[in-house]
Design a binder for this molecule. Structure first.
Ligand code: NAG
Ligand code: NAG
Ligand code: NAG
Ligand code: NAG
Ligand code: NAG
Ligand code: NAG
Ligand code: NAG
Length: 361
């Protein structure tokens, strides 16, 4: 009896300790977010997170971010997206790479290597929940992508939903995801669910998105575009229980309709106010749906800074644990640099002619 009492008290100790420490610990940079459901928070997303415009890519025009994924996460980004393409290595074996439109244009290496970097970040940041969204450009199967997660060792953090085919009534709180150490949410656009890799969630089963092709600040819209089952039907999209991803990046239409990020207007696109601003669009969408977007996806996340609008949506004024990053627009002066990795518009044209445009963002 006495022994049993001692044993159960000792068994309780870690629980008491962890719940006491949880109260003072920030979740995703704020103690106020710990008790919130995953779907009752706005997550800042870095569009094409893996495609960086910096010295490592000779300032490729195909880059959508000035800083790499690790720096994005350090600065408070909690959703990272990338396109997955099939690529042959020199031995003729299939590899899954992160490529922008085409692997001849901008190849950011293997999916497993990128995932390893995120896994290291999760190891070092045990109170953070991160979401990955992969655009499945070459229709990879779960049995193609799952092994990349295994190789990276990141599958141990992956959250598995109760059902792969229906939306849950609500999602877990950040604290419960953290306590269970299932701090990685993985969506793929699109994928057939597999019982072998049940954490690979089909994006459009769980999420709807606003249009991603916008070339004027007045083009941004909150109206659903995908999935087709709720396209142009905001009420149906909301009532479906899916989470809302607001695309908020502005492109310039180059010759042959090729789209590249508009960097001359990015300071307004990512700011809290102004025509076509992130903060302004979030307010418009919040008015339409009666709640804040779950995810907002931006280019050059550091500019604005975009996180100011996200903190405002989350009511966060006490953010801790972020590393600061310059909010500057880090464009190369024209004529210098850009090119060696096929970053020119002609490079884009050639790549699109040889690759079938898959229509993913
Ligand atoms: C979401 O958060 C808001 C603000 O904290 C709160 O009022 C609301 O009840 C929450 N909704 C759900 C479904 O948890
Ligand atoms: C990200 O960029 C920083 C700064 O340039 C660098 O130290 C770090 O190694 C990079 N991380 C990855 C995964 O490339
Ligand atoms: C990879 O190699 C195979 C066989 O040589 C070829 O059929 C396929 O088109 C190649 N795929 C790519 C993406 O280069
Ligand atoms: C946490 O893990 C337990 C045990 O596996 C499970 O029953 C519970 O549903 C999990 N909670 C969440 C939020 O995933
Ligand atoms: C985008 O905005 C421009 C300028 O206002 C307008 O001419 C164009 O029709 C808009 N495109 C769409 C798809 O709404
Ligand atoms: C970017 O968008 C702004 C606002 O519409 C526009 O004035 C500017 O010309 C665009 N930049 C480029 C390079 O087209
Ligand atoms: C963006 O930069 C332009 C040019 O430097 C400037 O005129 C404008 O006021 C800036 N907008 C914001 C929101 O900072």
């Amino acid at each position: 009896m006495f022994l049993k009492f001692v044993v159960s008290t000792i068994a309780l100790l870690p629980l008491l300790w962890s719940s006491a420490s949880a109260q003072s610990t920030a979740c995703n940079n704020s103690p106020s977010l710990c008790s919130k459901n995953y779907n009752n928070i706005t997550h800042l997303g870095a569009h094409d997170s893996a495609f960086v415009k910096d010295a490592t890519t000779d300032f490729s025009q195909s880059g959508n971010q000035y800083f790499n994924t690790t720096i994005q996460l350090d600065a408070g980004v909690r959703l990272v997206t990338a396109q997955v393409h099939k690529s042959n290595n020199s031995a003729g074996q299939t590899e899954w790479h992160l490529c922008h439109t085409s692997c001849s244009l901008l190849d950011a290496g293997t999916l497993s290597n990128w995932l390893s970097g995120i896994k290291s970040w999760l190891d070092a940041n045990p109170n953070d929940v991160v979401t990955i969204l992969l655009v499945n450009s070459d229709n990879a199967l779960a049995s193609d992508l799952g092994p990349e997660f295994t190789t990276a060792g990141i599958d141990k953090y992956a959250y598995t939903p109760p059902s792969s085919s229906s939306v849950p009534t609500t999602w877990p709180t950040l604290q419960s995801l953290i306590s269970n150490n299932t701090r990685l949410m993985t969506f793929v656009a699109s994928i057939t669910p597999s019982t072998s890799y049940p954490y690979l969630m089909d994006e459009f089963t769980f999420i709807y998105e606003s249009p991603f092709t916008n070339t004027s600040p007045s083009n941004f819209s909150c109206i659903p575009e995908r999935p087709s089952s709720v396209a142009n039907q905001p009420t149906a999209a909301l009532n479906s229980g899916r989470m809302f991803l607001m695309n908020h990046f502005l492109d310039v239409e180059e010759i042959f309709g090729i789209l590249t990020p508009n960097t001359t207007y990015i300071n307004t696109t990512n700011s809290q106010t102004g025509l076509g601003s992130l903060g302004g669009e979030m307010s418009t969408c919040t008015a339409l749906y009666g709640k804040e977007p779950n995810f907002v996806l931006v280019d050059y996340f550091n500019v604005g800074p975009a996180i100011a609008s996200v903190d405002a949506a989350n009511g966060v004024t006490d953010a801790t644990g972020r590393k600061s990053v310059s909010a500057a627009i880090l464009e190369q002066p024209s004529g210098s640099g850009a090119g060696r990795h096929g970053g020119s518009v002609m490079g884009v044209v050639v790549a699109v002619v040889v690759a079938v445009w898959f229509g993913g963002s």
